[in-house]
Design a protein around this ligand. Structure first.
Ligand code: NAD
Ligand code: UFG
Length: 363
């Protein structure tokens, strides 16, 4: 089975590539490296010992996408490519709508043209907005509260319309809660650009001494200790959820949304304690004003994914923090770009093998 992975060089994509290769899938990665480095894919090869094709391609370029489908016999697509920073989406909404929505429209059009109709899409718990009640069920009301979240909600609607127009499509909408952690090798992990927006990358940069102290956004929420509560999920569990969804879309038609979370919420203060335990470092923090738009509690009811896909998160909060820390301490500056990674044409396997994996540029 040949799986096209868009955005495969990114945080969740690279972990999913490892799981796919380990399970014997052949993969092809498309990424424009706007928020990732080629080194992450080199390391996917280091972990798995497997080669795969990589196209330095933008999903906004339909002609290049078409070439990828012409050159390869693709069975299914896992679609991670997208911009994901909530704050940035408020400042530059058009770029978010353009990249995420138009990029997905292009992908679906090209898939349709080549009769590839199995799709696993990266949605987000952000589509629920300010949830009326927790734990959140897939049937809960949707109401994203920022442009990024609205791109995900719109794409979900577009994909539902697509399925309604042609019942031979098979689509999984995976609503991730809060992915954290890293591969246990410490070779791949989350490598945010600049100052991290999310809690765990921020905490781990404080622990490693790159940042002075954490700002805890509010301690007056109606939660166990007043700080925000989230459903943190290990990125490897999340990656495995994609393989389960892939099996499901390969064996049936339809469109289904699934919450991928653990079902348990942890507060910011609890996460600080867990990370201190995992790292053996002190995490200085101060309480500041709440971040505008933050919800007090957000955690999943993940039973639909268990029942339909046979998927359940297995990794503990300790493992999430230990693996995040291993990645951080081994790679304090994230991925350093490796100049030895070279671009080759897709049929030039000889030089590709020297590079460690095949890199091709659709032109
Ligand atoms: P990431 O930024 O690490 O990975 C996304 C990848 O897509 C990057 O490698 C980027 O270079 C690539 N990309 C972006 N636009 C592209 C384009 N036009 N053409 C080709 N490649 C493009 O993000 P991630 O954390 O791995 O997230 C993956 C997906 O999951 C995203 O769609 C994101 O919105 C969604 N998601 C992430 C989280 C999270 O907290 N990390 C939560 C919910 C949903
Ligand atoms: N927090 C702090 N200080 C920080 C960063 C975060 O106190 O420096 C708190 C937040 O207030 C929140 C919790 O830590 O209570 C988690 O915040 P994150 O920014 O890590 O995660 P969010 O739940 O706010 O948002 C994330 C992604 C969204 C995604 C959502 C649901 O950023 O894109 O999870 O999947 F939609």
């Amino acid at each position: 089975m040949v799986i096209l992975v868009t955005g495969g060089a990114g945080y969740i994509g690279s972990h999913t590539c490892v799981e796919l290769l380990n399970q014997g899938y052949e993969i092809i990665v498309i990424d424009n490296f706007s928020n990732s480095k080629k080194e992450s894919l080199k390391r996917v090869t280091d972990i798995t010992g497997k080669l795969f094709k990589v196209y330095n391609t933008d999903i906004l370029n339909k002609d290049q996408l078409n070439l990828v489908f012409l050159e390869n016999k693709i069975d299914s697509v896992i679609h991670f490519a997208g911009l994901k920073a909530v704050g940035e989406s408020v400042s530059i909404p058009l770029r978010y709508y353009y990249n995420n929505v138009i990029g997905t429209l292009n992908l679906c059009e090209v898939m349709n043209k080549h009769n590839v109709k199995n799709l696993v899409f990266s949605s987000s718990a952000t589509v629920y907005g300010n949830p009326k009640e927790v734990p959140i069920l897939e049937s809960s009301l949707l109401g994203a509260t920022n442009p990024y979240g609205r791109t995900k909600q719109m794409i979900e609607e577009i994909l539902k319309d697509l399925y309604n127009s042609d019942h031979s499509w098979s689509i999984s909408l995976l609503r991730y809660f809060n992915p954290i952690g890293a591969h246990e090798s410490g070779l791949i992990g989350e490598d945010p650009n600049g100052i991290p927006n999310n809690l765990l990358p921020y905490i781990s940069q404080v622990a490693v001494g790159k940042l002075d102290k954490l700002k805890v956004f509010g301690n007056d929420f109606p939660t166990k200790d007043g700080t925000g509560v989230r459903d943190y999920i290990h990125v490897v569990d999340l990656a495995r959820g994609h393989l389960k969804a892939l099996e499901n879309v390969s064996n049936s038609t339809g469109i289904n949304a699934y919450n991928l979370g653990t079902g348990t919420g942890y507060s910011v203060l609890e996460m600080i304690k867990e990370f201190e335990k995992a790292s053996g470092r002190n995490i200085p923090y101060s309480i500041v004003e709440p971040r505008p738009g933050d919800v007090d509690k957000c955690f999943a009811n993940p039973s639909k994914a268990r029942e339909d896909l046979g998927w359940i998160a297995t990794k503990t909060i300790e493992e999430m923090c230990e693996d995040t820390w291993r990645w951080q301490i081994n790679n304090p500056n994230g991925y350093i770009e490796n100049n030895k990674i070279i671009f080759t044409t897709s049929d030039s396997r000889l030089s590709a093998e020297t590079a460690g994996f095949v890199m091709s540029k659709a032109e």
